[in-house]
Each structure stands twice: as structure tokens, then as C-alpha cells.
Write a new protein. Sequence first.
Length: 317
Amino acid sequence: MTRMRNGHSLAGRQIPSQGAQLAHRAGPCRPGPARHGPALSHGPALSLVLFCVLLAGCSGRAGQSARNTRAPKAPPAAPQIILDAGYQALEAQQYNEAIAKAEEFLSGTPHGPGSAEALYLKGRGFEGKNAAGVGAEEARQNLQSARTAYIEALEQNPKQPLESYIHASLGNVAYFQDDYQTAVAQLNAAYDKLDSNDIKGWVLYRIGLSQQRLGLFQQADQTFAAVQEFHPNTVPAERAREHRGARAFYVQLATFSSAPGADGAAAELRRQGVAAGRVVDSQGRSLLRVGPIASYNQAQFIKTRFADKYPDALILP
């Protein structure tokens, strides 16, 4: 047995015209070129990596944009050197150093010019640590630390494009905390003002995923349709197409090389009162699935219930 790893009106939101264009590669590294580019996987860990990669490139862009408007001629002040060093550490994937530089800057400038950008850097550092791979408990702590940093950054009333990237990052964190209502609200707040069409495609796609996990299947389908319309020929558009039409969830527990193995495992689960069965994928493999399941929370419960025996189970869609 081989286990598998894991503007139109749109559901209350205004969908921008094709001229107005969002990862999953996620927020500004510094509000500069967006780097969150690789295609998102269906697995949460890789999705986080990719969304963070996008935002990482952008964060540099957002911060740099703001700086360019000031265009100072004099050498940068010491606080600016600290902030620059922090973003260099972030881009080098030295996340603890990035967080340390953000905190060093904030110790001298807790409010005022640069503080929102430093808080954004701090949040990106915590997200980056998760993308690099940490234990489950540390991952939860990092997500909450990032969330706190982004909320504090928004309280500094940052200017665009930094503000939109902070909203996108906060929505991204909320998504991975299974707080889908907040994810939808924050990603919607970011979408129209983001300056990267690539990131906008991923943000709109993640709004659809969040709506789907809230059980808002019709709204999710409308959002997925908008991804295909406004961001055609992209990875988010292809993912959106795959997710449209779902009205329930399934837990895929394992992949078997032979049908009898999957049938035996399904029979055992049914004896435990679980609606399990075998399906065959496009490669002819036998997949052990539980479902249909009405809510995402119920699907998570099933996944957790059988985690010891099927640690690589995943929830579909």
C-alpha cells in the first residue's frame, strides 16, 4: 500500500474589471517584484511555501516603492540600515535574523516611519520559518506570532502598496489557522489594491477555497469562475476549474496498488460505521476514500480520527 501525501457582483464582493487585477506567492517581500511564484500544491505546507514566496518578492517591492517616493539623497539612517538588513535576511531565507532585525528596528521606532514595514517583515519571518519546515506546535505558534505582527502593522495605518500586502499576508495566515471567515475578509481587502496580477490570481483562488471550506459552495463556484475569467491560463485558474462544482468533502486515506487491498480496508472502516469506499483514479490506482462528508470540520475530524493508521490522508477538494 502506498499512502498519498499530501467590476461583477461575486457573493457580496466586487469583482474587478479585467484591467484591475492576486499564493500564493504572497505579499511583498518588500513591497518589490513579487516572488511567490511557484505553483501552489494542494497540500497546505507547499501552498504556504508558494504563497510566502510570492509575498516575499512583493514585500521588497512594496517597501521599496514607498522609499522611492521619498527618494532621499542623504545616506540612510541607522534604522533604515537595520530594516534593509532584515529584508536581505528574509530574501536569503534567514528567518530568525529577519525577525531579529525587525525587532531591533521596532525597539527604537515602535511607531512612525518604517514601523509598519518592520512589523510586516517580522510576520513574514515567522511565516518563512513555517515554510522552511518546523514541528506542528512551533508552526501554530509562528502563525499566531505572524498574525499578531500583521494586525499591529495595520494599526500603523500603512500606505499602499504595503497595506494590501499586509492584508494578503494576514488572510494567508488566517487560512492556515482554519479561520476562513477572517481569511475571506482580509484577502478581499487586499485583492483590488494589489499591484501584482500573479498574486491577485492566487488571492482570489484562496478566497474561493475559504468559501468552500465554510460550506458556501455556490459562492465558491462564483469565485472560482472569476479566477478563470480574470486570470486565465494561470495555475490558479486551473486549480479553480478543478474545485468548481463540489458540494461535499471526502477524506482520501490511502492509495493501494491493488483493488482487493483497498476493498478490504474499506470493509473494515464500514464495520466501524464509516462510509468508506474504493475509487479508481486516472492512473488506475485504487484510492480509499471516506465520504461524502457535509462539512470541512467533519472531514477534519475523520482525518484526525484515523491519523495514526493513515498519517498521509488528505481532505478533498
